[in-house]
Ligand binder design. Structure first.
Ligand code: MSP
Length: 511
């Protein structure tokens, strides 16, 4: 069976991990976990983009070799993945031999086929962006800030024949509606492709940039970072070997909107087409986390350090917030106040208290054992069961459509429904009722609360794997590895011992 292959962008090694990196990994992880639970065999790749001018400069500033610098950076990024409970199966670094070999092989193949040629380049160059510029990139006669210092240079370089594939690419994007998600992003690509496409300069002279992959046919040059970095998606899964077909084409490349045009929507499809490989099935393009309306960036000093939040509130609470607040594809503004509100109200009050109450009451009124339902369903049970069934049915549609924020809204609607149900049935009153009906209804109530909480926990598990596991183990079951029929109402909890009282989301002060 072909694997469900999903990737994130590989992070630049020259910065520190921030909220944007964290979000992309969490989003990809949620999709990967959801796919695993849907019975797919998943390969989830993430990694580090190590070559290029900026990394070389950062290493120089720290007074160490680029490779040593990248080792240190890799440690930070890998450790972030661990803290965020990212379930990646592989971590690629572009300095690894397995990657460099594939980049060189592809370059040689393209060179042999005449797809790469040498020519003299005369024009503008931004060292900060490691990018050649044209007059049309100017705004009001000036180079935009993001390019830093722009100089005029003349040098010989190698070029990849991008331009000749332009008609093919336009046709491909127009005829494959699922290639770019959300769809409105495809329009931006088509818009970009209305201008004639220049061939891509894929080399940098070694006397300017040492830290890169040397071209196999001319060791005086190293490979342009984007040509190098994009190849990670295939070098990690054995391009050129029999293994490759088990993974490729990728199901999703998860990327931010800033790297769709041109790298992922123009360079990458054309590179793949030129080497005769299939297209990835979909580019999943997420928006940005903003801080007071601006993109977080080191130079603006408005970067949120995800690790501080994880440290204070736990990975699952952080993951919940990111997935609850971001409509995949749109931008979202980060606010600590909103984070705290979600933490105390959705997580602490609605979910955490529900589990505490249920455990408490089961301990006091049912000898710490989930009872079997004993009374016929009344109106409150019918209503809650219907809400659980509707929520489960909608859940798959919403997750398949990447609408995780709505799926979470619905699940928390169900959780509030369980709390309402508890208020209505008031087990603490039923416990005082000595009649047979009272006793039977108490059993039904405790069971109904436990079963609907179980279903909620299973649905929450791709987003909050540790918390969901904890809920399940406290109400006497295990988190299933597969959805199977686990979202259907059943009676498997009857007779199960519940765990001791637990505080799922302590107030920060209580930690
Ligand atoms: N190294 C390139 C990607 C090469 S992929 C073959 C790169 N690295 S990055 O570190 O700048 O960004 C990594 C990912 O994080 C990108 O998908 C980018 O869009 C995402 N984010 C960086 N800042 C972001 C936000 N503020 N919000 C959300 N994601 C953003 O680009």
């Amino acid at each position: 069976m072909k694997n469900f292959y999903i990737t994130t962008a590989i992070d630049y090694a020259n910065g520190s991990p921030h909220l944007g990196h964290a979000y992309e990994k969490v989003l990809t992880d949620v999709i990967a976990r959801y796919a695993r639970m849907s019975g797919k065999s998943v390969k989830f790749l993430t990694g580090l983009d190590e070559h290029g001018q900026k990394v070389q400069q950062s290493a120089q500033k720290s007074g160490i070799e680029p490779s040593k610098f990248c080792d240190e950076q890799a440690e930070k990024f890998v450790s972030m993945c661990g803290l965020l409970e990212i379930s990646n199966d592989d971590y690629i670094r572009t300095s690894q031999p397995r990657h460099k070999e594939v980049v060189r092989k592809i370059l040689q193949d393209l060179f042999d086929k005449g797809e790469i040629y040498k020519a003299e380049y005369k024009g503008f160059y931004s060292a900060r962006q490691e990018q050649f510029l044209q007059k049309k990139d100017m705004v009001d006669g000036k180079w935009p800030e993001i390019f830093g210092e722009v100089s005029e240079i003349t040098e010989s370089n190698y070029f990849f024949r991008l331009g000749k594939y332009q008609p093919w690419l336009v046709e491909y994007i127009k005829s494959h509606e699922d290639f770019i998600f959300p769809r409105f992003r495809a329009k931006q690509v088509i818009e970009f492709l209305k201008e004639p496409l220049n061939d891509l300069c894929i080399s940098r002279p070694r006397d300017r940039l040492e830290w890169g992959i040397p071209l196999p046919f001319d060791e005086n040059y190293v490979t342009y970072v984007w040509f190098d970095a994009l190849v990670n998606y295939i070098s990690a899964v054995g391009y050129g070997t029999e293994e490759f077909g088990k993974y490729w084409p990728a199901d999703f490349h998860v990327i931010g909107k800033d790297i769709l045009v041109p790298p992922h929507s123009v360079y990458w499809p054309i590179m793949l087409h030129a080497i005769g490989a299939e297209m990835p099935k979909s580019l999943l393009v997420h928006g940005w986390w903003l801080s007071s309306g601006e993109k977080m960036s080191k130079s603006l000093g408005n970067v949120v350090n995800p690790l501080e939040l994880v440290d204070m509130f736990g990975a699952d609470a952080f993951r919940y917030f990111l997935m609850r607040e971001m409509n995949v594809g749109q931008d979202s503004d980060f606010s600590s106040d909103l984070f705290l509100t979600r933490y105390t109200s959705d997580l602490g009050n609605d979910l955490g208290n529900l589990l505490s109450r249920l455990l408490n009451m089961t301990q006091r009124y049912a000898d710490s054992t989930v009872p079997s339902p004993d009374a016929p369903d009344g109106e409150p049970e019918i209503t809650l069961k219907k809400q659980a069934a509707d929520c489960a049915a909608e859940y798959f549609k919403l997750c398949d459509g990447m609408q995780f924020h709505i799926a979470l809204e619905r699940i928390f609607g169900l959780i509030r429904g369980i709390n309402r149900y508890a208020e209505l049935r008031a087990p603490w009153k039923l416990a005082k009722d000595e009649s047979a009906e009272g006793k039977a209804l108490l059993k039904t109530t405790l069971f109904t609360m436990a079963e609907s909480l179980r279903i909620s926990a299973v649905m929450l598990s791709p987003v909050m794997p540790a918390i969901s596991g904890k809920i399940c183990s406290h109400i006497g079951c295990e988190l299933p590895k597969n959805f199977g029929n686990s979202l259907e109402w059943g009676e498997t909890l009857s007779g199960k011992k519940v765990g001791d009282k637990v505080i799922l989301f302590p107030r920060p002060a209580e930690k």
